[in-house]
Design a protein around this ligand. Structure first.
Ligand code: R5P
Length: 290
């Protein structure tokens, strides 16, 4: 097995290779003057199981083109199998035509990976209306989760926590993490009007007076879901409010906004950021055998 870090996979590819004692190489990626991508492998791929590690954050379209070029090239250079390890995989929230004429991006992106790779493993994919990866991929695809790591982090750092999921989709993380810890949990309801406008509502009365509350979700993007949730939790008397997510996208200064609102934010390192305290390299490393 050869672990190859793509441009947005360096923070984890090296760690995974080190944990497994496997050879690591970085994909050489640069651009032609007209902004076209050029990729090149710096090592021999013949008869190897090549794992391409790419986390699809920032310049997401380039990240996608890069792995497609790399996967096709790896096959041409006689790799035995080409496996995608995606700490963060994009476009999965667009799983239906929410508005007339929109693309269902989830299916299109999954189709591309399906065409060029032999197998894929994805950390906490945002699966909702399609709940299993087999509904999206014909290749072997594994869904990995950081829930045990998040539960361990909460156990170590938060005394007597209550776990809150900000919307119906978050139950896979919030409820599951609460069950692992043996903590109380509540899932709230969210209505999204636009990327920056969400409303979060309580669906039953809960008393949080003096409690340490942890909001658990898969993705924090603009941070508005968490900010709106925290407003409700404060009104209910929460003492400390934490937010723990798998994928810290933290678009448009979201991390600062959360800090200013007194929310202690922590994420895993699927996307590198200042709040990344939970390392997922062990989970990825254990799941690369296809
Ligand atoms: C959506 O259902 C996701 O689980 C997150 O709740 C959402 O992506 C968060 O987005 P934002 O931080 O922009 O409110």
């Amino acid at each position: 097995m050869l672990i190859v870090s793509c441009s947005h996979g360096k923070h984890l590819g090296y760690l995974v290779a080190k944990r497994l004692g496997k050879k690591h190489s970085s994909l050489i990626v640069d651009k032609f003057p007209d902004d076209e991508l050029r990729i090149r492998f710096g090592c021999d791929l013949k008869n190897k199981n090549v794992v391409l590690v790419q986390s699809f954050y920032e310049n997401i379209s380039d990240c996608i083109i890069e792995v497609i070029f790399a996967a096709k090239t790896a096959h041409e250079l006689s790799a035995k199998k080409v496996i995608l390890a995606a700490p963060y995989f994009p476009y999965f929230r667009q799983d239906k035509r929410f508005h007339k004429g929109e693309a269902v991006s989830q299916a299109i992106i999954a189709g591309l990976i399906d065409k060029y790779f032999d197998a894929a493993c994805i950390m906490d994919p945002h699966l909702h209306r399609k709940s299993r990866l087999e509904q999206l991929f014909r290749i072997k695809a594994k869904k990995l989760t950081a829930n045990n790591l998040i539960a361990d982090y909460i156990k170590k750092h938060v005394k007597n926590p209550v776990i809150i999921g900000p919307d119906e989709e978050s139950y896979k993380w919030a409820k599951n993490v609460a069950e692992i810890i043996g903590a109380d949990s509540t899932i709230l309801r969210k209505k999204r009007f636009s990327s920056y406008h969400v409303e979060v509502k309580l669906n039953k009365k809960i008393n949080l007076k003096g409690r340490n509350v942890v909001i658990v979700d898969d993705i924090v993007s603009t941070g508005h879901t968490i900010l709106e949730t925290a407003k409700i939790l404060r009104k209910l008397g929460a003492k400390n409010i934490y937010c723990i997510c798998v994928h810290g996208v933290f678009a448009d200064g979201a991390l600062n906004k959360l800090g200013k609102a007194g929310i202690k934010a922590v994420s895993t390192n699927t996307i590198p950021n200042k709040a990344a305290r939970i390392d997922v390299s062990g989970v990825i490393g254990k799941n690369l055998n296809f």
